[in-house]
Design a binder for this molecule. Structure first.
Ligand code: KG4
Ligand code: ZN
Length: 314
């Protein structure tokens, strides 16, 4: 049962219009002790009561991962408890299973999950918490990057995904037509949509200064539609190809209201059950890492104290 889930706000990224790796590492260093202390306080447990320490081993920015890894190793060593090295992308899928006391349906295995975040976009066949097969992945940008870069060219602050979502609600998604990525199989691609969107905005601004402000809602709605259309086309194909009965989404982009709605519609059309985690567990959070760690602990898959982070796993 989840006792606390503390997240340090990352204002530094908004200030610089994106994630600057060096600044992200420093922010991690600054926040890690107060965040862990607050998590323990909120949970009402002493560090001596902990059974294990789970941390993100990767993939991600190496500087930030080093801070977390060093801290987790030291804590586990000091407390003489097991250390659990979690794969961040797999942990996103665990968002479906977080028990925070609220009644909500959880998917049975196997199910098909669309994991979409700022760094990853994957179609995953989830057979069990420790058995996940990636059946499709992005060949270039992640879905979150397409949202963030699109927002940036519109002059919106980082991370732009939530703002594109907000403005899209009052926009016409068919006002501007963006390309459909022509990628065979179950792989994904977002760089074509992104490039076409940047060109569209720049061209509009040249012809009509102020275009990106006056057309902001429609531009956001059109960008969001193009991204979701591509994701839904691949999900549909994967559902049929792998004959799945349950589908889900996870990752920061799974917080997108348009995507959540379209996934429910897809589920209805294809006759499969849909599972969508609460917003708080879609974007990066500690609860999903703990959940993934719990399964590693149960399976006895402990990390050694000399474990090192890895920037890329998949
Ligand atoms: O999972 P996450 O918190 O971090 C990574 O592991 O990358 O995902 C962050 C990404 C960012 O690109 C952000 O813009 C996007 O998730 N995001 C959204 C929404 N909320 C967060 N994208 C679209 N609509 C949203 N509502
Ligand atoms: Zn993430």
């Amino acid at each position: 049962m989840l006792r606390s889930n503390v997240i340090a706000s990352q204002e530094v990224h908004a200030k610089w219009g994106g994630v600057v790796p060096e600044l992200a590492s420093r922010a991690h260093q600054e926040h890690i002790v107060p965040v862990v202390r607050e998590a323990l306080d909120k949970a009402g447990v002493k560090k001596e009561d902990l059974d294990a320490v789970a941390f993100t081993r990767g993939p991600g920015l190496i500087g930030a991962l080093l801070v977390g890894t060093c801290f987790a190793r030291s804590l586990a060593q000091a407390l003489e408890i097991p250390l659990l090295a979690v794969d961040h992308v797999q942990a996103h899928v665990m968002a479906h299973f977080i028990n925070d006391g609220e009644e909500r349906p959880m998917p049975d295995f196997p199910f098909l999950n669309l994991t979409v975040s700022g760094g990853h976009s994957q179609l995953v066949l989830v057979r069990s918490p420790l058995d996940m097969e990636v059946i499709g992945t992005t060949l270039d940008d992640a879905a979150g990057e397409a949202f963030d870069k699109g927002a940036k060219v519109l002059g919106l602050p980082y991370p732009g995904g939530p703002l594109v979502d907000k403005y899209a609600r009052t926009g016409d998604p068919d006002r501007f037509v963006l390309p459909k990525p022509a990628i065979t199989g179950l792989d994904l691609s977002f760089s074509g949509i992104k490039t076409a969107f940047v060109a569209l905005v720049n061209r509009g601004e040249m012809m009509q200064p102020g275009f990106k402000e006056t057309e902001c809602d429609h531009l956001c709605a059109s960008l969001q539609k193009a991204i979701i259309d591509h994701l839904m086309a691949k999900m549909r194909r994967a559902i049929r190809q792998h004959e799945v009965e349950r589908i889900g989404i996870a990752g920061g982009v799974a917080a997108n209201s348009g995507l959540r709605k379209r996934l429910l519609e897809l589920g209805e059309r294809e006759g499969v059950k849909v599972f969508i985690p609460p917003f708080a567990y879609c974007t990066d959070n500690a609860a999903m890492i703990a959940m993934a760690g719990h399964h590693l602990l149960e399976a006895g898959r402990l990390a050694t104290l000399d474990v090192v982070p890895i920037a890329r796993i998949h």
